[in-house]
Design a protein around this ligand. Sequence first.
Ligand code: CO
Ligand code: ZN
Length: 332
Amino acid sequence: MQQVLQQLSELYGPSGREDAVVSFLRQEVADYAADIRSDALGNLIVRAKAGTEGGKRVMLAAHMDEIGLIVNHIDEKGFLRFGPVGGIFPLTLTGQRVRFASGLTGVIGLEPVESPSDAKMPKMYIDVGARNREEAEQLVRVGDIACMDRHFVAQNGRAIGKAMDDRAGCAVLVEVLRALQHSPHDVYAVFTSQEEVGLRGATTSAYGLAPELAIAVDVTGTGDTPEARPMAVALGKGPAIKIMDGGMLAHVGVKELLIRVAESHQIPYQREVLLGGTTDARAIQTSRSGVPAGTVSIPTRYVHTASEMVDLDDVVHAVRLLVALLEGPIDL
Ligand code: CO
Ligand code: ZN
């Protein structure tokens, strides 16, 4: 599990550039898949071997993409200007290293500013060590996208990486496929594309699958750091079962089912109300004429920074919760 999480978190895969993640996942799930396909938006749709045709059609969703920076201008001195792909906090950028698909490293610099609040993206640039525009353009072009560049670290039962959002969810789906021995349901693990730019992969994959139950697995914030906004979610107290976030109200039957399964299997869980942000479940829930949908969240500190932190026990318990749910009857 930890090794899969490490490999996934270190892969390059900003929105719309999920190819490396797709290749890795195809290999990881091959033994547990009855069928693997992808669609025009780049979703990877895996039908579980363990499922029984004719049961409830269940869609698990975890997004493959991570936030990134897209080059929109290269100046005559060879510095790259950029904009966000997904929700980036400028405050977290200065001095960071970024990596392009080619493996090229860049460093984020900042023009002199009067005060830290002026440190906005238009004042920043990526330095790839080029001496001029010609040299820079040998290495990178307008439209190239970089991701954060950080190694994975595990210590004290916590894992730190650049893309826990949402490679932690991808790792959970891989482990669910591995652990699921049999299920009365028709189970699909969908690794979605382009979540960070508006739940786009979930939109098309949900329409294509027309699931009868959907559960997104994604990260959520916590209230357990100094002076954090009060929130009843902490690292290490179990996966969070979503009640509401900034984009959806979880289907009450799905939320209750998850709580029932957690309690009957003595799996720790937390109740999640997230006041901003949302997940693929929002797009799935409003697909076609509506889909009962919920979210199992991995509590995560420093979401959308280069150093997102999760508790490995929460990841393990999320796997157990989903496996237990898929092995039993589904009454909503
Ligand atoms: Co995110
Ligand atoms: Zn996410």
